[in-house]
Design a protein around this ligand. Structure first.
Ligand SMILES: Cc1ncc(COP(=O)(O)O)c(C=O)c1O
Length: 401
């Protein structure tokens, strides 16, 4: 197993900007050189997949399908249980369209109050199209999922439960396995869908352990390229899913009047797939698989605890959901200062953080905080990065108060 020290040398951006601190991995993680090499290899030595009888295409198909196998294995799945999209947003929308016939008037779809817009709006739209009702699992005062609320909201009328695994704004973890078990007990027809965009990079996604019907994530949060995402579906759940995109590559036969779909996963991958991106994501997953997952989790948990303690020492900083465990992400406000000013002053000192509503506008409105500053960690983040960021934050706070 590769150890977690000195990973900076694997990342061209960290090499190029050694004076900067990148604390925005939850938006997009940096990419190791091996990913770029794999993508360059595709563009310089391979061609389209699944079509040509020529060597360049066959080699591309082999690399593409081998990436599929490795990506599936990384989350505890098999190749015929995943299909590729362009990202989490596309995957969730594909599910919302593909399950349209599964939801009827009077049915209910359940989400949590934590959802990113990508796991909220597709379900609002589906409810509007089908005359279904959207219901919400509430949060406790500390910012965690309120299981009592879940017990009330999940009923025999529930057809879909779509929930984030880790909140991209608060960093809190949703107890997916418990909610899936609750769904099995109280809502036998409900399909469970997990937005794993923020958990997959932190070694938390094993589809067998989660037990959900569908799990969706983006490549660019997993040290891979943008433009590729993954949808995992249990075989039985994939049988219920209708294709939402139609065209080449997803059919078994076509006449001028009608078409029949190919098998899974081809029927969910209409058109030329993001070949270079899938191959790049395969390389990212292979790179990540060199590390012991437990060790990564422990390292990141320790670094997050260190970050929370450092932030707690600045009196003007108020962390959201301070008393619960955070994975990867911590949001805070600086009393008396606007988050955008804090972000700008940090940027001026070479520290990259995210400011805004993080595509969770309803959540922040509910919490009475329109925008926050968000720090997020990656596998390459170090204590020195946090020390430098906190020192820069202290300067920003002084200037603004
Ligand atoms: C929890 C969560 N869901 C969905 C998304 C959307 O991902 P993408 O923009 O890659 O489609 C994000 C991205 O920030 C996210 O954090």
């Amino acid at each position: 197993m590769k150890n977690l020290h000195n990973l900076q040398k694997d990342f061209p951006q960290l090499q190029r900007f050694p004076q900067s601190v990148y604390l925005d991995s939850a938006a997009t993680a940096l990419v190791p050189q091996v990913v770029l090499d794999a993508m360059a290899d595709f563009y310089t030595q391979k061609a389209n997949v699944h079509r040509g009888a020529h060597t360049l295409s066959m080699q591309a198909t082999a690399a593409f399908e081998s990436a599929r196998a490795d990506i599936a294995a990384y989350i505890g799945a098999t190749s015929n249980e995943i299909f590729f999209t362009s990202g989490t947003t596309a995957g969730l929308n594909q599910l919302a369209y593909g399950l349209e016939q599964y939801v009827g008037a009077g049915d209910e779809i359940v989400v949590t109050r934590l959802e990113h817009h990508a796991n909220l709006i597709p379900w609002q739209q589906l409810c509007a199209r089908r005359g279904a009702k959207l219901r919400f699992i509430e949060l406790t005062d500390s910012g965690e999922i309120d299981l009592d609320s879940a017990r009330v909201v999940i009923t025999a009328r529930t057809k879909i439960i779509a929930m984030t695994h880790v909140s991209n704004t608060l960093g809190v973890v949703v107890p997916i396995a418990e909610l899936v078990a609750l769904a099995r007990a109280q809502a036998p027809d409900a399909l469970t869908i997990v937005d794993a965009a923020q958990s997959v990079a932190h070694g938390l996604v094993n589809v067998q352990e989660l037990g959900a019907d569908f799990v969706v994530f983006s490549g660019h949060k997993l040290y891979g390229p943008t433009g590729v995402g993954v949808v995992y579906g249990r075989s039985a759940a994939l049988e219920l899913l209708q294709p939402a995109l139609f065209g080449g590559g997803m059919i078994s036969s076509v006449s001028y009047e009608k078409a029949e779909w190919g098998g899974v996963p081809a029927r969910f991958e209409a058109g030329t797939p993001p070949i270079a991106e899938v191959i790049g994501l395969g390389a990212a997953v292979r790179w990540l698989s060199q590390f012991d997952r437990e060790e990564v989790r422990a390292y990141e948990a320790e670094l997050m605890a260190y970050t929370l303690v450092a932030l707690s020492k600045i009196p003007q900083v108020r962390v959201l959901a301070p008393s619960v465990p955070h994975v990867g992400v911590v949001s805070f406000v600086v009393e008396g200062a606007h988050a955008y000013d804090v972000g700008a002053l940090l940027d001026a000192q070479g520290v990259a953080v995210r400011v805004g509503h993080h595509c969770t506008q309803p959540l922040l409105e509910m919490l009475g905080v329109p925008v926050t500053v968000r720090i997020s960690l990656g596998i390459y983040t170090t204590r020195e990065d946090i020390d430098r960021a906190v020192a820069a934050l202290q300067i920003a706070v002084q200037k603004l108060s």
